[in-house]
Design a protein around this ligand. Structure first.
Ligand code: ADP
Ligand code: SR1
Ligand code: MG
Length: 406
């Protein structure tokens, strides 16, 4: 079918021709509304008029960047990578990926399970909601997806095929190169002009050569490392959950990149939330919960990743019998420590880009009181600087907590 941009009326006619979807809805009359709150795409909630709980999500990419407008062209091929990544991750961690009902690369569409009792993690955390399974679930997600798409698990052919399948996601990789590693740290027309102008903190950041030199090193890793298949945009807006279940959505930025990038994205966004609660609610107990969650996620990730690795005898990297077990153990432990270090460098870039860059986060840019917002921005810049300049000296998870509340 030739590509057509849908709206809340035509999405229903489109679905009427999709047998897997109509099997789900039966003869029910359907209604649709657009509920997208992301930066890039359109998301429709389609449900039965008589039984509104019978519902599916239709997500369609349009040939531009939604948060900027039609003048910022962006090819809709990004949905092809989202479809591929959802399918790939479904094979590895099916419990954390929504059910897919229909996908179409031609229409840049995915129809998936409606997560009706789940909330976007960012929104839950802003309200001070704690999630008892978050650390356990997300550390499993990270360990499984990163390990099982890497050369530590796959054989050489499988790994190269994975790179071929994902690393032509050039436009979205370029968006990250530009918006996460570059424009937010210099004068650029895409920045949040109302805030940058005459702002001494922006001037200081843009002139901070020690920080920017480290950012260049991290950007280079992002551009050249082929460690594992990444989600590519694993902020707290890409996780939907409740007390029992956790789902990871929106992997359109997927590509085979550095191990630390997804972990860093998550940590950055948890720290942004910590900053929100430090400045806006001053809820000490919740701040403690956030720090505890960061610690748990990183420590559980290390344990789970190492366990998966110790059980894998042969891979693209390792041949059984190549080294003795004690040497292998030492190699693995050092390797995982490096992933954690690197993730903190990426976390720093990810935090700092949200201060003056085109896309802010609700925790900071959403603060209405200007004085409080600036306090939050200064705190974000201070922590992100600690992360970016100091990530190579991180030895243990407590060093990271020290950088956050130091
Ligand atoms: P974008 O690619 O534009 O960032 P997202 O995939 O993040 O779009 O989706 C935007 C919003 O749509 C999410 O923040 C969430 O509120 C809603 N959404 C997306 N997928 C689902 C789903 N499977 N179930 C319920 N809501 C969803
Ligand atoms: C214009 S950049 C938009 C941002 O939104 C996505 O969620 C990514 O984080 C991207 O950098
Ligand atoms: Mg998104």
């Amino acid at each position: 079918m030739e590509y057509k941009e849908l709206n809340k009326e035509s999405v229903i006619s489109y679905l009427k021709n999709i047998s897997e979807v109509m099997r789900y809805f039966g003869e029910d009359e359907l209604q649709a509304k657009e509920i997208g709150d992301g930066n890039l795409n359109f998301v429709y909630l389609v449900n039965s008029k008589t039984n509104p709980k019978k519902a599916l999500i239709v997500k369609q990419a349009v040939p531009y960047l939604r948060c900027v407008g039609e003048e910022f062209a962006l090819s809709r091929e990004r949905m092809t990578y989202e479809i591929r990544a959802l399918s790939e991750f479904k094979k590895i961690v099916s419990e954390f990926v929504p059910e897919l009902y229909h996908v179409s690369e031609e229409m840049s569409i995915v129809v998936m399970q409606y997560l009706d009792s789940h909330i976007i993690l960012r929104n839950g955390l802003i309200k001070g909601q704690k999630y008892p399974n978050l650390s356990e679930h997300i550390s499993t997600y990270l360990a499984q997806t990163l390990f099982k798409t890497s050369s530590l698990y796959l054989n050489s052919t499988q790994k190269r095929q994975l790179i071929d399948k994902f690393n032509s996601n050039t436009e979205l990789c370029k968006l990250t190169e530009d918006f996460v590693f570059t424009s937010a740290f210099m004068e650029d027309e895409t920045n949040d002009a109302s805030n940058v102008e005459n702002n001494p903190h922006a001037k200081k950041l843009f002139e901070d050569m020690e920080f920017k030199e480290k950012v260049l090193g991290l950007k280079y890793k992002f551009m050249t490392c082929n460690d594992a298949l990444l989600h590519g945009d694993l902020h707290t807006g890409s996780i939907m959950l409740n007390d029992k279940e956790t789902f990871v959505i929106d992997p359109e930025f997927a590509f085979v990149g550095p191990f630390g990038f997804d972990i860093g994205a998550l940590i950055a966004n948890l720290v942004n939330n910590y900053i929100h609660h430090s400045i806006v609610t001053t809820d000490e107990e919740f701040k403690e919960y956030l720090l505890e969650s960061i610690k748990e996620i990183l420590e559980l990730f290390e344990v789970k990743f190492l366990k998966l690795w110790s059980e894998q005898k042969d891979s693209a990297l390792m041949r059984d019998g190549f080294i003795d077990e004690a040497t292998a153990q030492k190699f693995r432990e050092k390797f995982v420590k490096n992933i954690i270090k690197e993730s903190i460098g990426f976390a720093g870039c990810k935090m700092a880009r949200r201060v003056f860059g085109v896309a802010g986060v609700a925790e900071i840019r959403g603060i209405e009181d200007k004085v409080l917002r600036q306090k939050a921005e200064v705190m974000a810049l201070k922590i992100s600087r600690e992360f970016v300049v100091g990530y190579e000296s991180v030895e243990k998870v407590d060093d990271i907590l020290g950088m956050i509340n130091g």
